[in-house]
Unconditional design. Structure first.
Lengths: 143, 88
């Protein structure tokens, strides 16, 4: 009897790939799925479950299903991708200096003058002459 | 630290109309105490993510310092802080 393709292994692996690759271009765009990446975690769990089903039947029923080797390799790769995602989220994302040195509530905000994106000098005191308040957003770079 | 040219590309692509400033020597970043030494590409000094609200007298009236680079102040939180500014 010809052995069948073990579809859950491949679908599960595709879902795990999507779980890893989709965060930045898709789920990070929405605060509800960015701050806690639950959608990606859910995809990892779903893809992992499908892989587990596929690998299990490849070993339990090798007469009917393929995938002992491919399933093991893809399951291992999936575990690595999931680990990479989790470590990036819970560890690397938090490697920033504590805010202890930052200016605090009630302190005077140092006035400043910096160039804007077209090279024009912008000063905080000028801005405050024509606005009620300033929101200063410090960010890390092009993203 | 992004160059003004890099910032201009970002502003145009996203349609930002607020002043978008470059602090290439990280002077202002240091003054506000939000330096992330060697945090950028090639070990460059950059800013940690931080948001401040400064009132017309130049006093800091609201501060948000995240502990996670992915989690920033949401627009509602900033608007809320501005609303409380007016209330006083």
């Amino acid at each position: 009897m010809k052995r069948r393709w073990n579809v859950p292994i491949w679908v599960g692996f595709a879902i795990v790939l999507f779980a890893l690759a989709s965060y930045i271009p898709l789920f990070a765009l929405f605060p509800a799925t960015r701050d806690v990446p639950w959608a990606n975690y859910l995809l990892f769990v779903f893809g992992g479950a499908l892989l587990a089903v596929g690998v299990r039947r490849a070993f339990h029923d090798p007469e009917r299903f393929r995938g002992k080797i491919s399933g093991s390799i893809l399951a291992g790769l999936s575990a690595l991708m999931c680990a990479f995602f989790v470590v990036t989220v819970v560890y690397f994302g938090k490697q920033i200096p504590s805010g202890e040195s930052a200016l605090r509530l009630g302190q005077p905000a140092p006035p400043f003058a910096l160039q804007d994106a077209i090279g024009k000098q912008i000063s905080s005191s000028d801005l405050l002459k024509s606005h009620r308040a300033l929101v200063l957003v410090f960010y890390r770079g092009y993203w | 630290m992004d160059s003004p040219a890099e910032s201009q590309k970002l502003c145009q692509s996203r349609g930002y109309s607020f002043p978008f400033l470059s602090d290439p020597k990280a002077d202002v970043i240091r003054q506000y105490g939000v330096l992330h030494p060697k945090g950028g590409e090639d070990g460059k000094d950059i800013a940690r993510p931080a948001e401040f609200l400064v009132d017309a007298k130049g006093t800091i009236r609201w501060v948000n310092l995240t502990d996670d680079i992915r989690v920033r102040a949401r627009p509602e939180a900033v608007l809320d802080a501005i609303g409380r500014l007016d209330a006083r």
